[in-house]
Design a protein around this ligand. Structure first.
Ligand SMILES: [Zn+2]
Ligand SMILES: [Zn+2]
Length: 420
């Protein structure tokens, strides 16, 4: 029987991840994400529905919204299909998707469409089946196993076992480095027939020197505070924010930074609180605290108040998306040459953060210092090669990246049909 792999979204892009597998006659869908772009935020669900009117099971690899942000819309198209994910992802996903809906309707608060999406999300959440890592989901003759992918809490790779011991390995977003909140990815011992591998940094020569970049970040914080400035660290809500929060606490313990007050704000605050429960570990302490909420103050006044109280603000969005807390903090700090904004990761081209870093005119309006220290929850090229070496697949297909024309040979584009 011919087996197929088709990216519905998230093939030649980072965003809207959604991949259809047809293996031994079973139709398996992995992820249902969104794009940052407002024009076309979703995977092509009408193409999917035409291709596969029924689906046997949906699997969600992790709770970043480029992998789960449209789960409620997908699930409404396949209301009888169970959704499988890990315990941690199930909890984080509810928070992340709800926030993504809130952001989508920011200019149209409380509209009927917004409430309809919350309803669909509630329905989708009731179809979620929670699993542990290494649990097996049986779909007829096909067996699906969750492997820890590192990356962020709850993140999994998916192994699809079929035929006489054949296996497809879908990496999802994967990291082989140990982080403060999550261990390294664990790979199966079997050889893969097909490896579908994320390629966020596959086409880049950048080597991650985590320790070095972390020391540089702490140094920037220390210097800024010593000259009497404030620090803003825009960070992704899930994963990055908790890693930086722990790094700052560690920096204070070792003396790399003096004792300072750090406020964690925006969605990063809520996700950090959930991380504390899921990890059974305290993230907040006397110095690092959730930013307080104020009664009777406007959003901007509350940010102004927080800047008066704290030396350092760690806040979402990581890309300074307009209207988010980090965007407001950046505007408040822009005129102060003593202060710093520290970017720590990926910027989508349509974001304000990206435009700021690539426009001399915009940059010149910012008198505060702007620094970039690259911390990543993804594997770099060397680590991705290690995944390849370990699984020694008969065939590898790259997704979740931007290949050049020359590199497209091993890459699956959206709607491309891969037979195996
Ligand atoms: Zn991710
Ligand atoms: Zn991703």
């Amino acid at each position: 029987m011919e087996n197929l792999f088709i990216p519905i979204g998230g093939g030649n892009e980072i965003g809207a991840s959604c991949y259809l597998y047809i293996v031994s006659g079973k139709k398996i869908l992995v992820d249902a994400g969104i794009r940052f772009s407002k024009r076309e935020p979703y995977p092509d669900f009408s193409f999917l529905k035409a291709l596969s009117p029924e689906i046997d099971a949906i699997f969600i690899t992790h709770a970043h919204v480029d992998h789960c942000g449209s789960i409620h819309l997908l699930s409404s198209l396949y209301p009888d299909t169970p959704i499988y994910t890990t315990h941690e992802t199930a909890q984080l996903l509810a928070l992340m998707v709800e926030d993504a809906i809130k952001v989508r309707y920011i200019a149209d608060r409380n509209s009927q469409e917004e409430w309809k999406e919350y309803r669909l999300l509630d329905e989708a959440l009731s179809r979620v089946e929670r699993r542990e890592f290494f649990d097996r989901v049986q779909l007829g003759d096909v067996e699906v196993v969750f492997y820890p992918a590192g990356h962020v809490l709850g993140a999994s790779s998916i192994g699809i076992y079929y035929g006489d011991g054949s296996m497809v390995f879908h990496s999802g977003d994967i990291s082989l480095s140990v982080q403060r909140t999550v261990g390294r990815a664990e790979l199966p011992s079997e050889k893969a027939s097909l490896l579908v591998l994320e390629s966020t940094y596959y086409y880049s020569d950048r080597r991650f020197r985590r320790g070095e970049d972390e020391r540089e970040l702490l140094k920037t914080v220390r210097k800024t505070v010593e000259r009497g400035g404030k620090v803003l660290i825009p960070a992704f809500a899930l994963g990055r924010a908790q890693e930086i929060l722990l790094l700052l606490s560690e920096g204070m313990r070792t003396g790399a930074v003096p004792p300072i007050t750090v406020y964690v704000d925006g969605l990063a605050r809520d996700v950090s609180t959930l991380y504390e429960n899921l990890l059974r570990k305290t993230l907040f302490n006397y110095y690092v605290q959730p930013a307080p909420s104020y009664q009777g103050l406007s959003f901007e006044e509350a940010c102004r108040e927080n800047l008066r109280e704290a030396d350092c603000i760690l806040s979402t969005s990581g890309m300074l998306v307009e209207g988010t807390p980090s965007y407001i903090y950046s505007k408040l700090l822009a005129k102060d040459p003593k202060s710093s904004i520290i970017f720590s990761g990926y910027m989508a081209e349509e974001s304000f953060g990206y435009r700021l870093l690539s426009s001399k005119k915009l940059l010149s309006a910012f008198k505060c210092r702007i620094e970039r220290h690259h911390l990543s929850a993804h594997s770099d090229r060397e680590e991705l090669k290690e995944v390849l070496d370990t699984l020694s697949p008969e065939r590898t297909v790259l997704v979740h990246g931007y290949p050049s024309e020359r590199e497209r040979k091993h890459h699956a584009f959206n709607r491309e049909v891969v037979r195996f």
